[in-house]
Each structure stands twice: as C-alpha cells, then as structure tokens.
Design a protein around this ligand. Structure first.
Ligand SMILES: *Cc1c(COP(=O)(O)O)cnc(C)c1O
Length: 415
C-alpha cells in the first residue's frame, strides 16, 4: 500500500515497536489484516497489561486489606500502588483523592449520589449538548428525584461548545456542572480550563468527564482545578470494569458514601456504622483487584511513551485522514472543531452508517457505526448515526490508507 510521504510523521515515534506490544492487532479478519479503528469505544491491551493480570492471578491472588497473610499483603500492595500510579498520572495532591470505580459511568453516578443528594427544586445542573449519555442520564435521574432542572449549553455547526452561551447559563441557581473534556462522538476538545474558571467565579463545583480525553491529553487536575475528574481504564489500554474518580479532598469530605458494604466501614453495630476513611469510604465491597493492577500497568505503559508523543502521532493520523477523505465526494465529516482529538465521525451520502460498519468489517476494518451514546448530538446534526474511525497510539498512516480504500470500495459496491 502506498505511503503518502507528504504527510509528516512524528520523529522518533516507533509505531512498529508499539504494535508488537499489542497481540490482538496481529490477526486476520475475513482474510484481511485487521485494521482496528474503534479505539474511542475501547482500546486494545498491551502485553504488559495482560501479563500483570496473569501474574496477579497466578501468584498473588487474595482479597485485599485486613489480610495478615503474605498473598493478601502482596495483593494489597499492588492495589494501593496502582492508586499511587493514577495519582501521579493525574497529578492529584494525594492518593487519597483517587477512588476506584467500575468506570467513568460509575464514577459519575457516584458523584451524583454521594455529593448532590441535597439538591432541591429551583437548583440547576449545567451540562453541554455534546455529552455522552453517561454524563446526561445520571443528572436527569438526579433532577427527577430532587426537582432540580437540567440546563444544556448548546454547540455550533462545527460541534464546538458556544462558550458565551455556556457562560450565560451560569446563574445563582447553578449548583453543579458536568462537562466533557473531549467528545467521543465528535472529537471536540472543550476549553475546560476556561469553563472551570467561569464556574468557580460563582463557586460552582465541576465534574470533568475525561473518559475520551484520558488517552490523548495529559491531565493535571491541580492545574485544571476541577473538583472531580472521571475516566475509564478500558479506553486507556487497561481492562474493562475499572476506572477512577478523582475528587478534591475538600469535596470528598462533603460527600456521603455511595454504596454500603464491606471495606467502606470502620465499625458496624446494629445501632450505628462508622464509615471508613477516604478513599475507602467510597469503595464498598471487594473491588476489581486484577483490573486495578491492569490499570496501573496500562498507565506505566502509556507513560513510558508519553501522552504528548502519543497525541502528536494520533493528530498526524487525523490530519492525514481528513486530508485524504477530501477526495471522497460522498463523505461528510461530522464534527470539525478547531481543537479536536483523533476521532473522525462521518456519513456517506445514501449509505446507512450501519451498512458502512458491516461492509468495512468485511474488509478487516473495525469502525463503529451508531449514535455513539450521544443521541442528542446525532439529533443536532440531523443524522440517525455516524460511522466513526478513532485512532490510538498503535495506528499507522498505512491503516488510514486502508480506511480510505475501504470506503471507496464500499461506495463502488453500493453503486
Ligand atoms: C466512553 C465514555 C463514557 C462512558 O465510559 P464507560 O467506560 O462506559 O463508563 C463517558 N463519557 C465519554 C466521553 C466516553 O467516551
């Protein structure tokens, strides 16, 4: 396949070496080499992550905390080391500000339940029109329960937040705001530093949904000054079923527990329960120990390459894809924000996105087709769904060529 040498590749970025670390990439689908471009839904896992899980189950498997035997001590140490790894990765002040959850979704629900139960009629929660369902529905449920109102800041035709409109929606009634760092449907990167500043001028706490941003943007929660930041491990090369919530200590101290059970308590009698310290207070029951260890290994892997280097590589893939897509007349890109991560959502004139998805799979190319858990975004652009190619650290310019050839083939087949 021809490599377009006019597009600049990132210097010293050894994508072939990276690819060798990801066993799942090396396979044939329908007789073709797999081209995996569904990374915004979940990423593949490097060998080091898979090995860390095998190592845990083969050697250290035990329940954590309160165990005095060696295996339990080892498991506890690995689990708590992963917490420190997440702390460093986000630059949180202390590891106590890191709470492990099942993923971004559970982390958002945790904040909605534990921090915001005291909302009442007349209060408002402010989100944006580009949120993932995970950052809409928990707030709708909260509003239904408390009588509060959900406010939605609009986007423009490029899929960018209209910052003035966001600011205009901030009022004395605004009690909380939840905003995405990067849209999974459009790729838009929000000016969250500015948004957080606007909210903080009115003392409004803010949660940042970092599920899509975390593999592409270096995050410093202290510099951002957000009150909460959430992400899932599985989009960051870690297993499914593990994610994290960062909460500023003062905010976590204001929150009540999310779920009741073991590990989140220090004393239980039938009269009264005394809750455990933060963060354990928010981690009821036996956690996903193996997943947590896998998350630590994934962050170590990402850090060894560097988020900025990864982002530069992915952005060069996106630029190349956008450039190449211009030759396909029937293709329209949905989401053309000036500040955008490596996601290309598109529609093809006269071909349903689901058909695009299945016809690409016949050619070994994995893209996602659907509403991407962002139905309001689809409504805004007047499409039922889009096809979406999303890039990760291991994708190549040749794979972009394969994507474009695949799209041209299917347009020809449909006629
Ligand atoms: C994937 C995603 C979520 C939900 O993450 P889960 O892993 O399903 O909990 C939320 N927000 C955005 C922007 C996402 O991309």
């Amino acid at each position: 396949m021809a490599i377009n040498t006019s597009v600049e590749k990132v210097q010293d970025y050894d994508v072939e070496a990276i690819r060798r670390d990801f066993p799942a990439l090396d396979q044939q689908i329908h007789g073709e080499q797999l081209v995996y471009l569904d990374n915004a839904a979940t990423s593949q896992k490097p060998k080091s992550v898979i090995d860390s899980i095998v190592q845990y189950y083969e050697n250290d498997n035990a329940n954590i905390h309160r165990g005095v035997h060696t295996l339990s001590e080892r498991a506890t140490l690995s689990y708590e080391n992963a917490r420190k790894t997440v702390q460093k990765f986000l630059n949180a002040q202390t590891e106590k500000e890191i709470i492990f959850t099942r993923g971004a979704t559970e982390a958002i629900n945790l904040v909605a339940h534990a921090f915001l139960e005291k909302l009442s009629a007349g209060d408002e929660v402010l989100i944006t029109a580009m949120e993932h369902h995970s950052n809409i529905v928990p707030w709708q449920m909260l509003c239904e329960k408390t009588g509060a109102t959900l406010k939605v800041a609009p986007i423009n035709d490029k899929g960018e937040l209209i910052l003035e409109e966001f600011e205009a929606l901030i009022s004395r009634s605004t009690k909380f705001s939840a905003i995405s760092h990067m849209s999974n449907a459009l790729g838009t990167i929000n000016p969250i530093r500015q948004m957080i500043d606007l909210l903080h001028q009115h003392d409004i706490p803010v949660l940042v949904d970092g599920a899509q941003a975390i593999p592409h943007i270096a995050v410093d929660v202290q510099a951002l000054d957000c009150d909460f930041y959430v992400f899932s491990g599985h989009k960051l090369y870690a297993p499914t079923g593990i994610g994290a919530l960062y909460g500023k200590m003062e905010r976590l101290e204001q929150a009540s527990p999310y779920q009741g059970g073991g590990d989140m308590i220090s004393v239980v009698t039938f009269d009264k329960t005394v809750y455990n310290k933060i963060p354990y207070k928010f981690e009821a029951g036996t956690p996903n120990i193996a997943g947590t260890i896998g998350l630590g290994a994934a962050i170590d892997y990402v850090s060894s390459i560097g988020v900025d280097a990864i982002a530069a590589h992915e952005n060069s893939l996106l630029d190349y894809a956008v450039e190449q897509s211009k030759r396909i007349g029937k293709l329209r890109i949905i989401g053309t924000a000036d500040n955008k991560g490596a996601i290309m959502s598109f529609v093809l004139d006269g071909i349903h996105p689901h058909d695009v998805g299945t016809m690409m799979d016949r050619q070994g190319i994995a893209v996602r087709a659907g509403h991407h858990c962002a139905m309001p975004v689809m409504d805004f652009f007047g499409v039922p769904a889009t096809a979406r190619a999303s890039f990760a650290m291991y994708n190549t310019h040749e794979e972009v060529d394969a994507l474009m050839a695949g799209i041209e083939n299917l347009i020809e087949m449909v006629g």
